[in-house]
Ligand binder design. Structure first.
Ligand code: FE2
Length: 277
C-alpha cells in the first residue's frame, strides 16, 4: 500500500489581474510531483477575490486543466474557442507550441475549483495547441457504498473518463466520501499519485494519518492507495500520471526543458511570432 511521501499546504498568492488563490503546487514541488507542475486552488464566496480574472496571456509547453466544483468561468483563446466552465465542468487546454487565452471568473454564489498544470514531454512541447470542454453531464459517476467517484480522466472500476490525456496519460477523479466511508484502488506502482483535499478530513496511508482539508497529499510508490473519511465526510481530487524525468525550464506561463527554449519563447512573444497555429 502506498505510504504518505509528502503533505503540502501551499501558500496564499495573487495572480492574473488580482485573483486571490492558494498555490498548492509550484516550482518547489516539481521534482516530487513530476509530471504535475502547478496546482492553484480557489474557494471564495466573495467575487472581489476573483472578478478581475486572468486577462489575455500566453502559455507554451504545458496543458492546463481547470475544474470547477462550483462557479462560472468564461474562457476564450487564440484558436477561436470560447466557452463557459460551470458547476462540475472541466476545461483541458493543450497549450503546446503556443496559445493566448483569457480566463474570466464570473460572480457566483461560491467559486470552488482548481487549475492544474500538467507538463508536456519534450517531444510534445511544440505540438499544435488544442482545447477540450468537458461538461458536467459528460462525466460518468461510479457510486459504491458511501463513495461517489466522478471519472474526469483515465479510468476507474472499468468506467472511462471523458479524457485520457493525449500526451501524458492522467487519471483525474473527483471523489466524495460519506462520514467513515473508505476508498481504495489499485494503482500502477511507479505512477505519481497525489490527492487534494477539498473539504472535510480523513485518514491516509498505512499509519492512518489524520489530515484536514485544503492540502495536497503525495503518496510514495505502491500497488494501491486507500483512505477513510472523517466524521464530516471527505471530498478530494485524485491525480495520477507517469513521471517524465525531464529537465524543467520554467518562466511564468511558459514551461520548457532548457533556458534556450525559454528565451526563444519570450523573444517570439516580443517579435509577435509566438503563435504558430
Ligand atoms: Fe492561463
Amino acid at each position: 500500500m502506498r505510504d504518505i511521501a509528502q503533505v503540502v499546504t501551499g501558500s496564499r498568492a495573487i495572480d492574473g489581474a488580482g485573483v486571490h488563490l492558494v498555490r498548492v503546487l509550484g516550482l518547489p514541488t516539481t521534482k516530487a510531483f513530476d509530471p504535475f507542475l502547478m496546482l492553484d486552488a480557489f474557494d471564495s464566496t466573495d467575487p472581489r477575490d476573483y472578478i478581475k480574472g486572468f486577462p489575455w496571456h500566453p502559455h507554451r509547453g504545458i496543458e492546463t486543466v481547470t475544474y470547477l466544483q462550483k462557479g462560472h468561468i468564461i474562457h476564450s483563446d487564440s484558436l477561436g474557442n470560447s466557452g463557459d466552465i460551470r458547476d462540475g465542468g472541466c476545461q483541458w487546454m493543450t497549450a503546446g507550441s503556443g496559445i493566448m487565452h483569457q480566463e474570466m471568473p464570473q460572480a457566483s454564489e461560491r467559486m470552488l475549483g482548481l487549475q492544474l498544470w500538467l507538463n508536456l514531454p519534450a517531444s510534445d512541447k511544440m505540438t499544435p495547441p488544442k482545447y477540450n470542454d468537458i461538461r458536467d453531464e459528460d462525466v460518468q459517476v461510479v457510486t459504491q457504498e458511501g463513495v461517489s467517484v466522478r471519472v474526469i480522466a483515465g479510468e476507474y472500476e472499468g468506467t472511462k473518463g471523458v479524457m485520457n490525456g493525449d500526451h501524458v496519460k492522467m487519471t483525474m477523479l473527483d471523489i466524495a466520501l460519506a462520514p467513515g466511508a473508505s476508498f481504495s484502488m489499485k494503482t500502477p506502482r511507479d505512477e505519481t499519485l497525489f490527492v487534494y483535499l477539498t473539504r472535510g478530513s480523513g485518514l491516509f496511508g498505512p499509519q492512518q494519518q489524520a489530515l484536514e482539508e485544503k492540502r495536497a497529499v503525495l503518496f510514495g510508490e505502491g500497488d494501491s492507495v486507500s483512505f477513510t473519511a472523517g466524521e464530516n465526510g471527505l471530498d478530494l481530487m485524485l491525480f495520477m500520471a507517469r513521471p517524465l524525468h525531464e529537465p524543467i525550464a520554467w518562466g511564468g506561463p511558459i514551461v520548457m526543458n532548457t533556458r534556450e527554449e525559454l528565451k526563444k519563447a519570450f523573444d517570439e512573444l516580443d517579435e509577435g511570432t509566438f503563435i504558430k497555429v
